[in-house]
Design a protein. Structure first.
Length: 179
């Protein structure tokens, strides 16, 4: 005799559904930065790493030039426990990251940070210094507002989590983004 036989499990539709970023919205997000300008090239590289590969704000902030191996198309990342992990990056997406690294090198910055502040005109932040977590959040949230998905509850905070929940087909569809 099964003691659980007569127990009924309540079925609830009140469980929160996980947010997922549609292929269309992911494409919009990655195409939002205007890559005619260095800031747009930086921002698209940053969004690729967060939205497709799931890097968190603190990982973007601490990413240094020595962590990126363009020859082997890998990025060394630290997890929260301090363990080093290797991220293998798709060839097409690495090509865009390399485009940012080449653009960045034109500014002859005195920092190893991959993502640097470029606020020469506005006076916000320190130009040429490592982007802060706040700066990264402002950049990402700005693009989410621009493509009108911020109001749907998407934020910089959950963008890296969305990457892990998105099906692999999204990555395949997004690979066609123009350089």
């Amino acid at each position: 005799m099964n003691p659980f036989e007569n127990i009924q499990v309540p079925i609830s539709n009140s469980m929160p559904k996980k947010k997922t970023l549609s292929t269309q919205n992911l494409r919009k997000l990655l195409l939002a930065p205007k890559i005619r300008e260095p800031i747009g090239i930086r921002d698209r590289a940053l969004l690729i790493l967060m939205a497709i590969y799931g890097l968190e704000v603190w990982q973007i902030e601490h990413l240094d030039m020595g962590h990126i191996d363009t020859k082997h198309e890998t990025i060394q990342l630290q997890d929260r426990g301090g363990k080093t992990n290797i991220l293998f990056v798709d060839e097409k997406l690495m090509a865009f990251i390399v485009k940012w690294l080449r653009t960045r090198s034109l500014f002859k910055m005195d920092t190893q940070a991959v993502f640097i502040s470029m606020h020469w005109v506005s006076g916000r932040g320190e130009p040429g210094k490592r982007l802060s977590r706040r700066g990264i959040r402002l950049i990402v949230d700005g693009y989410l507002r621009e493509i009108e998905i911020k109001k749907l509850g998407f934020s910089c905070k959950n963008l890296s989590q969305l990457a892990m929940q998105s099906p692999i087909q999204i990555l395949e569809n997004v690979l066609s983004i123009p350089n």
